[in-house]
Design a protein around this ligand. Structure first.
Ligand code: ZN
Length: 362
């Protein structure tokens, strides 16, 4: 999701800031500065950093719950509207997803109630002059309660959307459950958008747009995942493909790009063992620099590698991470097949046509 900055690693989870988050902090700080001077700008920034720490704790609620079920989380991305945890794979059962989804809001609720109980429930006041600690932490307490409530709205990408999906999935199955939950999310987004337009609140309109797109994306991934349920990587991989050798010049890779309809190539060493992968963009970039560049210097060494018996629905998650392809290797470390995003889209179309043979046209 665009450019982001890694700010730390806790356990096995990298915490990253999206650029829009920095922009958001700069925007708020400058608002404070214009209105009330430098001290207020610093106070406002500190408040935002505290708030952001609470959002991280909320995300770690999800992450620890996921780890309890054996699901690792390699990365959390922080956006101005909240955090997005990328789980390594999907939780197996709806009940697990339910617990993981509820764990984040539970953390926000505990922080919020804890702060407010400690401070004797101060009234909520959004004043930029409130530099005393009681006001600051009082506000933080109320905002955490708001975060818990907002996140429980039954719409993707909020946690409530996942709660709803988990509840529906245990009854209607994963794909249908997601479809219903995603539609609910888009209805909620339409309501937000309308409220935002009527009240002239730009932020509400932006949130609505984000929710709308996220709900659509979630439904797409669920569909793809559903099409691949019960299949393994071996069932969906491309088995007729060309590989490149690490010592070949990039000009030969460019020739291969034209001669085949492949856009991604596994790179192997002299013994045929996988060393990395080369995507079309890598070839063009290196060619521009110097046609004699060896493939080794232009390739990505960290392409995801899986074994043939991996469940195919896990491939979607790898490809979602913007990997150009997933390479399936045999026991000897040689590429046996590759899986690309196009490849998964084709699988989805085929499975859809099989499931409803009468719904041909339209
Ligand atoms: Zn959450």
């Amino acid at each position: 999701m665009g450019w982001s900055l890694t700010i730390g690693k806790f356990g096995e989870t990298k915490v990253r800031l999206h650029w829009s988050f920095l922009l958001f902090i700069a925007w708020i700080a400058s608002l404070y500065f214009v209105r009330a001077g430098a001290a207020a700008a610093i106070g406002g920034t500190i408040f935002l950093v505290l708030l952001f720490a609470c959002v991280v704790l909320h995300e770690f609620g999800h992450i620890l719950a996921a780890r309890h079920f054996g699901v690792k989380t390699p990365e959390v991305l922080l956006l101005p509207i909240g955090g997005v945890s990328r789980l390594e794979h999907f939780p197996e059962e709806p009940r697990q997803e339910l617990v993981i989804a509820l764990a984040g809001p539970a953390v926000s609720l505990v922080i919020g109630l804890g702060l407010l109980l400690l401070l004797g429930f101060p009234p909520f006041a959004l004043s930029s002059e409130g530099t005393n600690l009681r006001t600051v932490f009082g506000q933080l307490g109320w905002i955490n309660l708001f975060l818990a409530g907002f996140n429980l709205l039954p719409a993707f990408p909020m946690d409530g959307g996942r709660v709803l999906r988990a509840l529906l999935a245990s009854r209607f199955g994963y794909a249908r459950g997601t479809r219903i939950a995603a539609s609910a999310g888009q209805v909620a987004a339409a309501v937000f958008g309308l409220l935002g337009l009527v009240s002239g609140n730009v932020i509400l309109v932006l949130i609505a747009l984000f929710v709308f797109l996220a709900a659509g994306g979630e439904a797409g991934v669920a569909q793809m995942r559903n099409a691949s349920l019960g299949l393994t990587a071996a069932d969906v991989m491309i088995t007729e493909f060309e590989s490149l050798r690490a010592d070949q010049p990039i000009s030969e890779a460019a020739e291969l790009l034209i001669r085949t309809n492949q856009h991604e190539f596994p790179v192997v060493d002299g013994k045929g063992v996988l060393r990395g992968g080369l995507a079309r963009a890598d070839i063009i970039k290196a060619l521009h620099r110097d046609p004699a560049t060896p493939v080794l210097d232009a390739m990505q060494s960290s392409v995801p590698v899986v074994t043939a018996n991996l469940n195919a629905d896990q491939l979607v998650r790898h490809l979602e991470e913007r990997a150009p392809m997933v390479v399936v290797t045999g026991a000897d470390g040689r590429p046996a097949g590759i899986v690309t995003w196009d490849n998964m889209l084709e699988l989805m179309m085929i499975e859809k046509a099989r499931a409803r043979p009468s719904a041909g046209l339209g």
